[in-house]
Write a protein that binds this ligand. Structure first.
Ligand code: KG4
Ligand code: ZN
Length: 419
């Protein structure tokens, strides 16, 4: 099955083409293209994603991103010149319906019409699109784009859950040590999956593909959101996660180079400061998280320091490193606790924060020690952050459970849940 997928839930405009086979028992994916157009530059001056600017940028970029995805997958074919100039074979009503589907996407509408006039319907079997959760103004252009293409090309379309996409990212690559021919997905359950992104921090118990039980989640900010807000307080730039990771790395290399005995923990030389931040809810008897207090702790700490001295690069690096470590400590502790209690055969990570190298390294080490008999999976970094390949995989799984729905009824749902 060849699947074209579209993702616009936040600030990445993405499209991909994959080939999927093996069904729910032995899924295998071949990635034909993976195009991600980032809006980071647009949102950077605001220090966060501005929904209406995201909507506009998605509308501006979707057709170009689709073109690249089809081109790379070798599925882009031009219509004969005569048809482009004089597309009489296609009845006018067809364009009228296209106009109606894209009624609220003024910028996207002419681009789609130009695209379908210029290029033939590609050889695909299904269109998958993120229908939620995400920012409503960002989701709609993607959903309406998919609906328009599905209608015009006469292809089935399916709405995928963005979180199911993040989880499905774990199945995109062959699992090391396991031959494709031996892959039997049912042998991996129960799975404990930690989703950590800019919008979500959830621990999910999976008893089968598509069988999700939420066992814990953040009560306030997501882990990625905590990094984004902390980076803003420290003036480290946007997006915050990678900025915190880079700054924390600086601190580490400084420690490595330093001969000072006292500099082993987050002690700032020549000052009275030893940075320590809380590990929120680490001892709570549940699987919930809370990260908004951590950001507030950073804010108070910065204010306190600034009473007596400048916030030096060194101090900022120590705070970034300690903040990153506090988040990592809580995530590892709760995930492995859940893995033990639910006797997980597999532990998985997913979402943008799972791209964090320190988190990856430390949780892999801890899993080896504490749950040596469980399989530990983490997607390639390019599939941790938002992309459309994961949406194609989620769409494939969804298409096995439910019938693809008609373009007429497909809707975005900003608050879509997993279970
Ligand atoms: O999954 P994602 O791309 O989008 C959402 O669905 O939210 O995750 C984005 C989040 C942002 O908060 C970003 O700061 C964080 O993931 N992030 C990272 C790293 N790369 C992205 N956090 C820590 N370390 C990273 N390397
Ligand atoms: Zn995401």
């Amino acid at each position: 099955m060849t699947i074209l997928s579209i993702e616009t839930s936040c600030d990445e405009t993405a499209a991909a083409v994959i080939e999927a086979e093996g069904g729910m028992s032995r899924p295998r994916f071949k990635i034909l293209s993976n195009i991600v157009s980032s809006q980071v530059k647009i949102h950077r001056p605001y220090g966060g994603v501005v929904p209406n600017l995201a909507k506009r940028a998605h509308q501006e970029n979707l057709a170009a991103v689709l073109k690249k995805a089809l081109e790379e997958a070798k599925l882009l074919k031009k219509n004969p010149k005569s048809e482009i100039r004089n597309p009489k074979q296609i009845p006018n009503t067809k364009y009228q319906i296209l106009n109606t589907i894209l009624e609220r996407e003024e910028i996207l509408r002419p681009k789609v019409i130009q695209f379908v006039k210029k290029y033939q319907a590609p050889k695909i079997d299904l269109i998958a699109v993120t229908r939620g959760p995400g920012l409503a103004p960002a989701l709609w252009p993607g959903v309406n784009f998919a609906r328009a293409l599905a209608y015009f090309w006469g292809k089935p379309v399916i709405g995928a859950n963005h979180l199911e996409g993040h989880i499905a990212a774990n199945w995109l690559m062959p699992i090391s040590g396991i031959k494709n021919s031996e892959l039997r997905i049912k042998n991996y359950f129960p799975i404990i999956c930690l989703i950590v992104s800019g919008g979500h921090t959830q621990l999910i118990l999976m008893k089968g593909l598509g069988k999700y039980k939420l066992i814990g989640e953040t009560r306030d900010d997501a882990a990625g959101e905590c990094f984004d807000k902390t980076a803003r307080i420290l003036g480290l730039g946007y997006p915050g996660g990678p900025a915190i990771a880079r700054t924390a790395e600086q601190w580490k290399s400084e420690i490595r180079n330093s001969k000072s005995e006292t500099n082993t923990k987050y002690k700032i030389p020549d000052t009275k400061y030893q940075i320590h931040l809380p590990r929120p809810m680490i001892n709570a008897k549940n699987y919930d998280f809370s990260f908004s207090g951590l950001k507030t702790a950073v804010l108070y700490l910065v204010k306190e320091i600034e009473k007596s001295q400048k916030l030096t690069e060194e101090i900022r690096a120590a705070i970034a490193a300690e903040c990153q470590q506090a988040v990592i400590d809580v995530l590892i502790f709760k995930t492995l606790k859940a893995a033990k209690n639910f006797r997980a055969k597999t532990v998985m990570l997913s979402g943008g924060v799972a791209a964090n190298k320190e988190l990856k390294r430390q949780i892999a080490d801890a899993a080896k020690k504490k749950i040596p008999n469980s399989l530990f999976l983490i997607p390639d970094s390019r599939f941790c952050t938002d992309n459309a390949v994961m949406i194609a995989a989620a769409g494939y799984f969804a298409s096995r459970r439910v019938k693809s729905i008609s373009w007429q009824t497909l809707k975005a749902d900003a608050n879509l849940r997993l279970a």
